[in-house]
Design a protein around this ligand. Structure first.
Ligand code: NI
Length: 143
């Protein structure tokens, strides 16, 4: 017998440190500073990022889980933390190549990196939240 399904949202938090620069190469340093602020520093700078990955799904009768959070953490680490951690986002992160290294673009790109892996666990990606500082964060819920 099946009990009624209950959809639950669960979130895994991970952290990474990375360097970046927000700029357009065709702009002068002055214009980049005006538009992108301190994040346009020509000599790079770093942030201690926090990543929150929220997935949704039905709670398994067998395990009581939506997904096994250890497995979710492993996928997040393989797909996004290892490529990002202690890297230069502009220069070294394949999935950010050719994109402005903004919090918004990180959230979209991380979604794209994780979507298939989350589905392989039998859940759906719900939200990617990237916190660049205590005050600035971006959330992406898919298209
Ligand atoms: Ni910055």
């Amino acid at each position: 017998m099946h009990s009624p399904m209950s959809m639950v949202y669960i979130t895994r938090k991970e952290r990474f440190n990375a360097a970046h620069r927000l700029y357009r190469p065709e702009y002068s340093d002055e214009k980049n500073l005006r538009i992108f602020g301190k994040c346009s520093n020509p000599n790079w700078h770093g942030h201690n990022y926090t990543l929150l990955v929220t997935v949704k799904g039905d709670v398994s009768d067998e395990t009581g889980f939506v997904v096994n959070l250890k497995e979710l953490s492993r996928i997040i680490n393989v797909k996004v933390i290892v490529p990002l951690d202690h890297r230069n986002i502009n220069l070294e992160v394949p999935f950010m190549k050719g994109k402005l290294a903004s919090t918004e673009n990180l959230a979209i790109s991380i979604w794209n990196e994780l979507e298939a892996g989350v589905e392989s666990l039998g859940a759906k990606l719900h939200c990617i939240r990237v916190e660049e500082t205590e005050n600035n964060r971006a959330e992406y819920f898919g298209k």
